[in-house]
Design a protein around this ligand. Sequence first.
Ligand SMILES: [Zn+2]
Length: 497
Amino acid sequence: MPRIAIAGFSHETNTFAEGLTTFDDFVRGRGFPGLMRGEELVRVLTGKSMCTGAFIHAAEELGFELAPLLWTFPQPSGLIEQDAYDRVLALLLEELRAALPVDGVLLELHGAMVTEGLEDAEGDILAHVRGVVGPEVPVIATLDLHANISPLMVEKSESLVGYDTYPHVDAWERGLDAARMMLVAVEGRVQPVSALAQVPMLIGPPRQCTLMPPMSEVIALAHEAEERPGILNVTVAGGFPFSDIADCGASVAVTADGDRELAAATAREIGEVIWDRREQFRVRLTPLSEAIGHALATGEGPVLLADGSDNPGGGAPCDGTAMLQAMIEADVPNSTVAIIVDPEAVSGAVEAGVGNEVTLEVGGKTDDRHGPTLTLTGYVRLIADGRYANKGVMYTGVESNMGRTVVFVVGGVEIILTEQRIQPYDCQALRCVGIEPRDRLLIGLKSAVHFRADHGPLSTAIFEVDTPGVHRPDVEQFEFTKLRRPIWPLDEVAEPF
Ligand SMILES: [Zn+2]
């Protein structure tokens, strides 16, 4: 029986975000145990719809022995302290050396990790893993759709299997794909070789959504190409544009059976389709007044406002007040803001107690890029522990911990105040504090696209609103210094390939 090492070392790094990501962030994670080693990661991730959950399932189904190494995936945030990265990598490599000999290595990576000293952390991880196992042992990694794929990542792995969905609802399927490819590679039935086509485009998250064109059509083409003889996998990565590194942007990585030229030609073909459709990938945001006006005029909810600029799932602070302020000023009835992270305000509300009125300084405390701190007088409706497990189709079963959580009501607007940065893409983030999304007229969500999986089907309308922030979907607002140029839409690009 083949023996396959499995590990997860993931982070989506927003290099524009305030503050550094520390070793403690990797240890704490986002609710379920943060940094897990050995059998603990098997116990915790069994049945969870993430890539590693699928690796574990595949071991049973396909018949291979697991050598579980290490797993960590904290909430996206700013640049990673070099020492934090070095420590986690050292632990991973220590576990890998202790697990030798192995027949293959399956890694759950994100693809947009940046440290103080490394623009291409995943390239570095793969190079180190390759260094330990040598050139003959297959190394296959899964990636998020927001990966900024580098040539080094492709060089140091046999295959990179990326999500095909945004919202990311296919982690389980892509994990199974990677595990199946690993098994046939180990058995010598295929020889996976990969090639990369980088597309000189920065695509704002809303236009990377695979529920609608143009991205749905690009993914359909990728699936068609995967059916062609000799093609083992096609990964279309939209890229994570809030990362000031040379390799930032969209790309296509293709794995073929022993034929690198076929892989390269296929990657380029799909890359050219993305390039040709670039105008369809342009982001257009809606003014807050227009989106709120729609809800007030129709009276039919829930109308969803996506405050993508302050999305904690992309490293933003999630204490921005631009959307909240507009909702309060418009005196919107029967509405919710999910969520505002503000441990001080939570403490103030807890001190005041349930059923009491209190004046709190809310939000805008991380930096001055997401709206000012608001002085708000309201009513403390509920205090909760902020823990829930996803019931929606994205990362089903995965647990989140918002910390102490308060429902603070200001006029017609109820604000979910939390201690931890959690993207409220699953309806449980609201339902765990007694709020049924279907009953609301307007819900402001700190999420760019992921909310569409669970909240979307309940809604009467969705607006991507124009707010300021470090995850602002309009990428032309950012100043890049390390990004390769020229790149669309910042520059004219004469020769895209
Ligand atoms: Zn992603």
